[in-house]
Write a protein that binds this ligand. Structure first.
Ligand SMILES: Nc1nc2c(ncn2[C@@H]2O[C@H](COP(=O)(O)OP(=O)(O)OP(=O)(O)O)[C@@H](O)[C@H]2O)c(=O)[nH]1
Ligand SMILES: [Mg+2]
Ligand SMILES: [Zn+2]
Length: 369
């Protein structure tokens, strides 16, 4: 695995490197990071020994087939993936998604238990809320509960501070409701207020701007980019509430060396249904499973497995068993992500590993890793 150091500038770190040590790349494979997504069309930056290149990418048919019911295994912006390139190098096929360090997902509007990856592998989530009409502590709670599940660290960014008469009491309200979470009030028109975000913008760190449409995410993004790169809502359109100015998620390199993801405003922020609903939907299978000989039966090859028996004699259809397994996997994934104990252990583990990496990088910052 010979990478040019530019991969570090796109946020590569030992968490991902370790995964490649377990699963070395084949000759025709490259590592890439997804920097834009529109439905199932992706744009990636990929890495070779010479540097970084960009390409359009799609999932392989096999990937789609194998993960059809598990949207969370579909890649999203920020994901690290393994691709194969077409001969000209500007088209790629995505074969695998590396394990994520963090993942902010939301329930797909109107889709039951399906979920959608919004931002993968970000270190900090800027939960934005404007200090004027949009300000709503309940909505902030919903964003924050999803942010906590993501494994990334949330930071609350109150925007349009120039329009607010009593910003200090707003900050106090927010702080008292979200103890321990940093709260910053910024105005895109007063760039010195944006400097308070600098601590989160270290080289190689990934950040995402999340929040409702029109709160000023892209305008703030342009201040951080130090140029007018992101399209923002025209002042004249400002009353047009239904409209999203940003229409896709993209990852950009900031002059500070950090990576910033701009996202379209979210209208609906569904939380995922509870496991109970799922089990009542599959009562027959839950019942069968209690009749297996072993209480930890995996229903694969175990003797005395009631599920295998029911599949064999037609009492349980393979279709129904498959949809159960797919949903079960998806729910387990959520559980893993939302268990605070697991999350804390993971954080400790990665704190130590990233320290080790920083030491390694100090020695190798100009060469290959
Ligand atoms: N007064 C004031 N207006 C702002 C500020 N930041 C943004 N705006 C205005 O708010 C409007 C919306 O800004 P955008 O940056 O396009 O909002 P967005 O959050 O990216 O919206 P979507 O892309 O639709 O999700 C624009 O007209 C901006 O000029 C600010 O700090 N103060
Ligand atoms: Mg925008
Ligand atoms: Zn069984």
């Amino acid at each position: 695995m010979n990478f040019n150091h530019s991969i570090l500038e796109w946020g590569w770190n030992v968490f991902f490197q370790t995964q490649l040590e377990m699963r070395p790349l084949a000759n025709d494979e490259v590592v890439a990071r997804i920097i834009n997504q529109e439905r199932e069309m992706y744009r990636v930056v990929y890495f070779t020994a010479d540097g970084a290149e960009k390409a359009q990418a799609q999932l392989t048919g096999k990937f789609r087939y194998e993960h059809e019911h598990i949207n969370l295994e579909y890649p999203g912006v920020g994901d690290w993936v393994i691709c194969k390139l077409h001969s000209d190098g500007d088209q790629a096929l995505i074969h695998e998604v590396l394990e994520r360090k963090s993942c902010f997902y939301r329930k797909e509007p109107g889709s039951g238990a399906r979920a959608q990856v919004v931002a993968a592998n970000v270190d900090t989530i800027f939960v934005t809320m404007s200090t004027n009409q949009d300000f709503n502590l309940k909505r902030l709670d919903r964003y924050m509960s999803l942010a906590w599940e993501s494994n990334a660290s949330p930071v609350i960014v109150l925007t349009k501070a120039d329009l607010c008469d009593d910003i200090d009491s707003l900050i106090l309200d927010v702080e008292s409701q979200h103890m321990g979470v940093p709260v910053h009030a910024v105005s895109a028109f007063q760039p010195e207020t944006v400097l308070t975000l600098n601590p989160y913008l270290a080289p190689g760190k990934s950040l995402v701007l999340l929040g409702s449409s029109g709160v000023g995410k892209s305008t703030l993004g342009n201040v951080l980019l130090e140029k007018d790169q992101l399209r923002t809502q025209d002042i004249r359109e400002s009353d047009d509430k239904g409209k999203h100015t940003t229409t896709s998620r993209s990852l950009y390199q900031l002059p500070s060396g950090a990576l910033l993801m701009d996202t379209p405003g979210m209208r609906e922020l569904g939380l995922l249904d509870h496991r109970d609903g799922f089990e009542s939907q599959f009562e027959d299978i839950v019942d069968l499973a209690t009749q297996c000989r072993f209480s930890d039966c995996q229903h694969r090859t175990e003797p005395g497995c009631a599920i295998l028996r029911a599949l064999q004699n037609g009492e349980l259809s393979t279709d129904r068993w498959e949809s159960f397994q797919n949903l079960d996997r998806e729910l387990r994934y959520f559980q893993r992500k939302s268990d605070p104990e697991v999350a804390r252990e993971e954080r400790q583990k990665w704190k130590k590993i990233s320290l080790d990496l920083r030491v390694r990088l100090k020695h190798k910052s100009r060469g290959e890793i």
